[in-house]
Ligand binder design. Sequence first.
Ligand code: SF4
Length: 283
Amino acid sequence: MATGDLITPTQNTWCPGCGNFAIQHILKEVIAGLINDGTPAERIVLVTGIGCHAKMADYLGVNSFYSLHGRTVPVATGIKVANPDLTVICCVGDGDCYGEGLEHLLFAAKRNVGITVIVHNNRVYGLTTGQYTPTSPEGFPGKSTPHGTIEHPINPLTLLLSSGAGWVGRGYTRRLPHLKGLIDAAVRHHGFAALDVLQICATFYNRAACYNAHTYDLADHDPSRFEDAYAKAHEWDYTSEAPIPLGIFFDQDLPRFEDRVRESAAPSTDTNAAIGRILDQHR
Ligand code: SF4
């Protein structure tokens, strides 16, 4: 499949220079790669939340589900549990998933649901014109905090790691080949994968100069060791201009939630047998 086949005719309304374009470009290449490697197109599902990122569901020509604000991960979990053969990719925003949807994200990490969560982390609510999110730096002068937010941001990577996530990474939209490798690895990971993608909001929070100067590749990092992953994830606190590591922080194969659900179901009951027949009919 050519990547152009995955672009819909819907008019694109993202601002010029928005980091969403880079993620869209890479995602269509990664999805085309999956299809060319044998994954049927109808077995790929994109789930989005609410925010500028969510228009990805309009712009990419794959099966998609436009969910409620912060509820992308539970919708994706339901899809994956109902049909484990599907490749389920979530595009979420930082306000969307680290704010409203945080508990869903952490429980999906804890359960190791076999979905990929790509966080468009521009560290601002762009669609609603510039309020602070959980990853905005302390002092951020947004629409709702004109004198600067007085809160310290969360570190989503340490949260995900301490919640049990088997695959955790961070990319940046202006390092395209590097980001493509990360998205491809995340989507092909067998269990839960969470990729925090630093992107600029060209209109309300453009951090390109900071990210260009301070990001570096975790080239020599061993992602199999939890302690090393946690230490690297702790290196940048989402406020300072300390070196910002990019790459795969942690990579471990764990039993998947959807497989354990099936193993733990009692197949002898009439109810379970009926549910199984219904699910089989819809594959
Ligand atoms: Fe992108 Fe920001 Fe414009 Fe939204 S407001 S489309 S995040 S640049």
